[in-house]
Design a protein around this ligand. Structure first.
Ligand code: HEM
Length: 377
């Protein structure tokens, strides 16, 4: 279907929302990069429906435009830079090794439950300095938050109560760090200052509402999608086992081929024209990452899974422009260390069911559950 959309120039009207969808690489890139014509404030509309009321995530970094976005991003981005990540590497490796060890010992596991979700969850919990005994709530919260834009009325009360619980929990964490700052990211956010301006409690709360699910869901899907492709292409597992340096190349192609995030949302605030399509002011404009990543104008043989391919890092999986994913390097590091820990312990990864059960919904792409057999090395 995406190939068919790309075969015609211009944008296509799609449901839900009667949105205009860009499917060719250059159009998706234009939508992602041009904050003046395509505003990110649209996200607030999808995450704060009338039945929900106020939702801090609607006011996060992700749904701001310049100049406010630029200032907020400068305040929060330090923790994601090379120094912050280098400090984290040993912790992520230790965690990956211990989870892989336990999963391989069990041999038959749901890899999502036993591995691909636990690693990003424990890492983001550690980065934020949260109490490990509270981590077990995070899955329920992130699933519930992920449902907002497509929720049926029977979900409303559950989601309202998630927002209440998260506000209470994260609000208490911020208050505690204001009293007693430590070496974690929340304390960094409390201390952060750019041009004499500090973050308010509401701004920190919005950022944490974004970060907790963003840090877990997407990376979980990257590791899960990588596992599926290791099972489907056993020669890739062999190569990764023989040479750790192959893992980043393999992962880059996983990111292109099975993107954990399928699209970005924007809204045009004035009338615009893109690729010959006139879009009247006030419409949702989708950038279909999933389609751009398979655009034959950029990638040769786009339907083939070819790690190390030419232009292999030019996928749009982490977005582009001012909102380029803050956690991209963190996600790459987590997935690399996860695979290093896993492939060094197994000689084969078998899917126990020929059909993968994918997550419902159109925004996030990965296995909902992944029953596998891990054959030890
Ligand atoms: C494979 C994993 C990941 C993928 C595919 C992914 C994808 C994306 C994409 C496509 C955007 C841009 C959205 C837009 O333009 O509207 C984004 C933004 C963002 N991501 Fe990620 N992400 C991943 C992992 C992470 C992790 C691990 C974190 C943090 C722990 C994170 C934090 C963020 C933040 C804070 C933003 C907002 C940046 C801004 O608005 O300036 N992401 N991500």
């Amino acid at each position: 279907m995406f190939a068919k959309m790309r075969s015609e120039p211009g944008l296509c009207r799609v449901e839900p929302f009667g949105a205009y969808a860009a499917s060719r690489y250059e159009d998706v890139l234009a939508v992602q990069k041009d904050a003046q014509r395509f505003s990110s404030e649209a996200l607030a509309v999808t995450s704060e429906p009338s039945w929900l009321g106020s939702n801090p995530v609607a006011h996060s970094l992700l749904s701001q435009d310049p100049p406010r976005h630029t200032q907020l991003r400068a305040l929060v981005s330090r923790a994601f830079g090379p120094t912050g990540l280098a400090r984290l590497e040993a912790v992520v490796r230790r965690e990956a090794e211990s989870l892989a060890e336990a999963a391989v010992r069990q041999r038959e596991v749901d890899l999502v439950d036993a591995f691909s979700f636990l690693l990003p969850r424990n890492v983001i919990g550690y980065m934020l300095g949260l109490e490990p005994s509270t981590f077990s709530e995070f899955k329920r919260w992130s699933v519930s938050m992920g449902l907002i834009s497509s929720a049926a009325p029977e979900h409303y009360e559950g989601i309202r109560s998630t927002v209440r619980e998260m506000k209470e929990y994260l609000g208490a964490v911020i208050a505690e760090r204001r009293r007693k700052p430590g070496e974690d990211m929340v304390s960094d956010l409390v201390r952060a200052e750019v041009e004499g301006r500090k973050l308010t409690d509401d701004e920190i709360l919005s950022f944490l509402f974004l970060l907790l699910p963003a840090g877990m869901e997407t990376t979980t899907q990257l590791i899960g999608n990588a596992a599926i492709l290791l099972a489907r292409f056993p020669e890739q597992l062999e190569r990764a086992r023989a040479d750790k340096a192959h893992i980043p190349r393999f992962l880059e192609e996983v990111l292109r081929y099975e993107s954990p995030v399928q699209l970005t949302f924007r809204m045009n605030l004035s009338d615009v024209e893109l690729a010959g399509t006139k879009i009247p002011a006030g419409n949702l404009v989708l950038g279909l990452i999933v389609s751009a990543n398979r655009d034959e104008r950029v990638f040769e043989q786009p339907e083939q899974f070819l790690p190390g391919r030419e232009k292999g890092t030019q996928h749009l999986t982490f977005g582009q422009g001012g909102h380029f994913c803050l956690g991209a390097q963190l996600a790459r590091m987590e997935a690399r260390l996860a695979l290093e820990a896993l492939v060094s312990r197994i000689r084969e990864l078998k899917l126990r069911s020929p059909e993968v059960e994918w997550l419902p919904g159109y925004a996030i792409h990965g296995p909902r559950v992944l029953p596998v057999e891990l054959i030890p090395a």
